[in-house]
Design a protein around this ligand. Structure first.
Ligand SMILES: Nc1ncnc2c1ncn2[C@@H]1O[C@H](COP(=O)(O)OP(=O)(O)OP(=O)(O)O)[C@@H](O)[C@H]1O
Ligand SMILES: [Mg+2]
Length: 529
């Protein structure tokens, strides 16, 4: 196997005093290059305290377990490698023995470690716990029920609630906002929410034109025309309903449920009567515009008042969790970032973690960017952009094309901004995971889809590192799904049948790679399926 990017791979494993940013496509060995760099750090004795100095952060628990496995396997191999010098083997053995002290984990796991090491400084009680998602969800439901009860009974919010409920802005609708706020509560502290007074209704501006439309045009409109019918029937009824209400809020509630019609009527028929349709229609539009503008202003003011209440309630709840030491996952990140804003703690943690590596960086949370840069910076930075990390402290790996966690705050813009701060960016282009035929299909399809539109991640061709398997009868890519089922259960059944048929065709005929055979440097020998 000839590699065109050997130089980049070698630099990653050996240039240990330069900060690097590796951006490359799927299966190009990004994670492996991170492992190789860790081995480089071990073998050169760069870690002052051995591998316990290492903080490698990845995105999911599975990826963290896989990373730890890979490092352990490579260390095992190195310890047993007779070609290595005795002192090198000794360093690998020491690394293997203290691998559990290294931090190879998710960002949340890493944050938990920081908080556990500096619990009191983080203003947490000793023995604090982290709730799993199910418990955290139940705790949030309880918090919500209690908060709504308290807010409904709060005299300062009474008028706002009355208006909201009349306008069908219910606590249930607010729950969506509450959940978003809970998920991103770190951003609430700096959020400025205006508190506009709820404007008074101006019902004459709505009712006046409606009355005029009826009085001037109901009798002169053409017979059998829908607009005439509206002016003679539903509109006077609406006006009666509005008159029957004791106050403006009642009238608003009536209007909310009976839209003002502005678009009916036959133009030609009205013209024949000598009265253009625009006469009544303009009045109806005038009334409707006045109503919509008021509704929108009142709703906005009410929502902002409630959002302000919500923000305080969410922040109070976060403070309570911290005091009680009963944290949710996201709290770990916020509190770790806060902990790092204490200069003495940051200084200690800066020395504790001399090397920070991040895999799957395309899915970074903004707090991850801050935590990593606060830790790595030589001097205390006001923002992550001011980080002045010494060479070799930072190593990022990512593939923006694989960014899939937008709902968990991943943001490609932020990824790009961090990438631009790191001058040296080795490029890996060869893919080890897939055979050439698969990559041809992938390249062909993605080249067309990723056409460089603004905001889109650029297309990057994947080159096969694996070679064609001579005599292989298997197809590169098979399309499934030519079924007839119309319901989900049927689709699943057909899919299972298709897969079973393909397995039967493949067995003994197609050629597969088997890593366990490990007969060649390409990562394993081939055998019949
Ligand atoms: N230099 C190499 N030589 C041979 N095989 C390699 C090499 N580097 C990585 N591989 C193999 O290629 C496969 C993909 O590697 P790896 O998981 O590191 O890629 P990746 O770029 O991190 O993938 P992803 O985009 O999914 O994160 C693995 O099976 C790995 O063992
Ligand atoms: Mg990877």
């Amino acid at each position: 196997m000839t590699l065109v990017d050997t130089e980049a791979r070698t630099r990653i494993a050996t240039d240990l005093t330069t900060n690097l940013f590796v951006e490359a496509g799927a299966g190009t060995g990004k994670t492996q290059s991170l492992v190789n760099r860790i081995l480089g750090l071990v073998t050169t004795g760069t870690f002052p305290n051995g591998i316990a100095d290492l903080a490698a952060i990845t995105f999911t628990e599975n990826a963290a377990a896989e990373l730890r496995n890979r490092v352990r396997q490579q260390l095992d191999r190195a310890v047993a490698d007779p070609a290595l010098a005795a002192d090198e083997r000794m360093r690998f053995r020491a690394a293997l023995a203290s691998l559990d002290d290294a931090s190879l984990s998710t960002l949340h796991g890493f944050a938990l470690r920081l908080l556990s090491d500096f619990t009191l400084e983080a203003d947490l009680p000793l023995g604090f716990t982290v709730q799993d998602d199910i418990r955290a969800g139940l705790a949030r439901d309880l918090w919500w029920a209690r908060s709504v009860d308290a807010a409904l009974a709060d005299p300062a919010l009474a008028a706002v609630w009355t208006t909201c409920l009349a306008l069908e802005l219910t606590p249930r609708a607010l729950r969506v906002i509450a959940d978003r706020m809970q998920a991103d509560w770190d951003q609430l502290e700096s959020m400025v929410v205006a508190r506009p007074a709820v404007p008074l209704w101006d019902m004459p501006a709505v009712v006046g034109p409606l009355r005029e439309a009826v009085s001037r045009y109901a009798d002169v409109g053409p017979e059998g025309d829908p607009l005439t019918a509206y002016l003679r029937g539903p509109l006077p009824t609406l006006l009666d309903d509005l008159d029957a209400e004791p106050d403006d809020l009642g009238r608003a509630s009536v209007l909310l449920n009976q839209a003002i019609k502005t678009g009916c009527g036959n133009r030609a028929a009205w013209l024949k009567t000598g009265t253009p349709k625009s006469g009544p229609v303009n009045l109806l539009v005038q009334a409707d515009s006045a109503w919509q503008a008021q509704l929108s202003a009142v709703r906005t003011a009410c929502t902002e008042q409630l959002v302000r209440w919500l923000r305080d309630a969410v922040l109070d709840d976060a403070a309570r969790r911290q005091t009680e030491g009963s944290l949710h996952f996201h709290d770990l990140l916020v509190l770790a970032r806060r902990l790092l804003q204490k200069p003495q703690v940051r200084e200690a943690l800066h020395h504790r973690w001399p090397v920070i590596m991040v895999d799957e960086f395309q899915d970074t949370d903004p707090l991850q960017v801050e935590i990593v840069h606060l830790l790595a910076s030589a001097t205390f930075p006001d923002s992550w952009q001011e980080c002045d990390a010494a060479g070799g402290r930072l190593f990022f790996v990512g593939d923006p094309k694989q960014s899939i966690y937008r709902f968990r705050r991943a943001d490609v813009e932020l990824y790009n901004a961090v990438r631009e701060t790191i001058a040296v960016r080795p490029q890996l282009v060869q893919n080890f995971r897939s055979r050439p035929g698969i990559l041809r299909v992938v390249n062909h399809s993605l080249r067309k889809l990723m056409d460089g539109k603004p905001g889109q991640v650029p297309y990057a061709e994947l080159m096969a590192a694996r070679e064609e398997v001579p005599g292989d009868k298997g197809p590169n890519v098979l399309l499934l799904g030519k079924g007839h089922a119309t319901d989900m259960a049927g689709v699943r059944q057909e899919e299972a049948a298709h897969v079973a048929t393909i397995c039967r065709q493949a067995a003994g005929h197609w050629t597969v790679r088997d890593g366990r055979l490990a007969a060649c440097a390409a990562g394993g020998a081939h055998r019949p399926a």
